[in-house]
Design a binder for this molecule. Structure first.
Ligand SMILES: NC(=O)c1ccc[n+]([C@@H]2O[C@H](COP(=O)([O-])OP(=O)(O)OC[C@H]3O[C@@H](n4cnc5c(N)ncnc54)[C@H](O)[C@@H]3O)[C@@H](O)[C@H]2O)c1
Length: 436
């Protein structure tokens, strides 16, 4: 099938490359000319494992192309995906739909023949109706159907998630659109990935409900971690003990510095706004957002207490800046408010991240960026693990001890076991685990 993917960010680029890999002819469109020029040269603008090889292979086979010409791409397409950003609207936290509406208008002008327009961006309930209205008004003669097909991929494991999804959600009541969507995802039917057809508004709400639920799970275990510290229990064991219950499940029960990233923070707030506007407040999600906001600065207090409550003039080494491993995405990363809080307390911050330093430089100030965990640790009074990159899981503690001012490790991801770190002669703080 001929596919146009509007927006070549994390979602558009991965989805476009995967659809091409299924055998479809895909044109990825972006209005960022520099990004498109780089992609045409074979340069990948994001850090996502396996994506460079996937793009190279499909571009070589001429199934995957890049352009800034939206009209040209849409005119020949049977399916047009909207995968543009839906950030938080400044001031009130509603999803900002400017890019989606703009894309809908541009798509409308170029439509020719029956075309399915699919919203892959995360959009509030009712956005599909609005996209349909915009296209209908701009081009009363156009033959089209608007479908909701939210994306559930995770950065860092995006290709695997796209090709082996837990489920594909398709919201439409148009029979022709259903046929096109079935054709697009046919290779996944063969993998037996469940495809759930539902109505458009339900599909839109499924995406927000899924993200809000996952954010709730994380926040729940974070609060249990705080309680575990107070009562002398181990949150890792609690998470295991409850996660083995099939009704609960073990995923998203890792205590840490609070959730961040390009989705959970903005999607939880946008859902709260939709709920308030519809007089059906989501009090649990409201509490999740409030608890998560406070958590990042609380983590800075944890670092301070590991050093006797005084950070002024001390150097703190931060390992991991991106909001999770295997991405260079710094959007809403917990490291940002955490580092700001450390600086507010008078600390000098050195930092290292395996992939995120270029992005981090744009959002962090007053930080000394380093090129390895060991150079980062130089003269530091404490080493703080904020993001659990694989390469931080087997640090050489003897070497760290020789370069640090004091052997103190604050492990905000519970990567290590307390007894293991004690053997290396380090003082150790983690999340939700008491010293034995
Ligand atoms: N990042 C994720 O892990 C993830 C996962 C699931 C869903 N989502 C959702 O998918 C959507 C896209 O997220 P993202 O992280 O890929 O965003 P992104 O900001 O990385 O990329 C969006 C791209 O769209 C381009 N764009 C905007 N308007 C355009 C237009 N009119 N024509 C052509 N290009 C245009 C921008 O230049 C940008 O490159 C969001 O709604 C997000 O919530 C993201």
């Amino acid at each position: 099938m001929r596919v146009a993917m509007i927006g070549t960010g994390y979602v558009g680029l991965v989805s476009g490359a995967c659809f091409a890999d299924f055998g479809h002819a895909v044109i990825c469109v972006d209005k960022d000319a520099a990004k498109v020029a780089a992609l045409k040269r074979g340069e990948i603008p994001i850090h996502e494992p396996g994506l460079d090889e996937l793009i190279a292979r499909n571009a070589q086979a001429e199934r995957l192309k890049f352009t800034t010409d939206l009209g040209g791409a849409v005119k020949d397409a049977e399916a047009v995906f909207i995968a543009v950003g839906t950030p938080s609207r400044r001031g009130d936290g509603h999803a900002d739909l400017t890019f989606v509406h703009e894309a809908a208008r541009e798509i409308a002008r170029a439509l020719s023949g029956f075309t399915v327009v699919i919203t892959k961006s995360t959009v509030p309930v009712g956005t599909g109706d609005e996209v349909e209205r915009i296209i209908g008004e701009t081009r009363p003669d156009a033959e089209f159907a608007v479908v909701s097909n939210p994306e559930f991929l995770r950065e860092g494991a995006a290709i695997r998630d796209f090709k082996h999804p837990d489920r594909i959600v398709v919201g439409t009541d148009d029979a022709r659109a259903r046929e096109v969507m079935t054709g697009l995802y046919r290779p996944l039917y063969l993998n037996r990935s469940p495809v759930m057809f539902t109505d458009r508004r339900t599909a839109e709400l499924i995406k927000y409900a899924a993200n809000a639920f996952l954010a709730t799970k994380i926040t729940f275990i974070n609060e249990i971690a705080d309680l575990a510290e107070k009562v002398g229990a181990d949150v890792q064991e609690v998470a295991r003990g409850i996660g083995l219950d099939n009704r609960i499940g073990s995923k998203f029960l890792h205590a840490g510095p609070g959730f961040g990233g390009s989705c959970f923070p903005k999607d939880t707030v946008a859902l709260i706004k939709t709920a308030q506007d519809n007089a059906a407040p989501l009090r649990i999600v409201e509490a999740v957002v409030a608890a998560n906001d406070q958590r990042k600065r609380a983590m800075a207090r944890k670092v301070s207490s590991a050093l006797g409550g005084e950070l002024r003039g001390k150097t703190i080494a931060v390992l991991g800046l991106t909001f999770k491993p295997n991405t260079d995405d710094m959007r809403e990363a917990p490291s940002i408010p955490l580092i700001a809080a450390l600086q507010d307390m008078g600390a000098k911050v050195r930092a290292y991240d395996p992939a995120g330093i270029a992005q981090a430089k744009a959002v962090l100030t007053g930080v000394t960026f380093c090129d390895s965990a060991y150079s980062c640790a130089e003269a530091a009074s404490a080493l703080v693990i904020v993001t659990e990159w694989e390469q931080f899981r087997a640090l050489d503690f003897a070497r760290l001890k020789t370069v640090m001012a004091q052997p103190v490790l604050v492990d905000l991801r519970n990567v290590y076991r307390p007894e293991e770190i004690a053997r290396h002669g380090f003082a150790y703080e983690s999340v939700g685990r008491v010293k034995k």
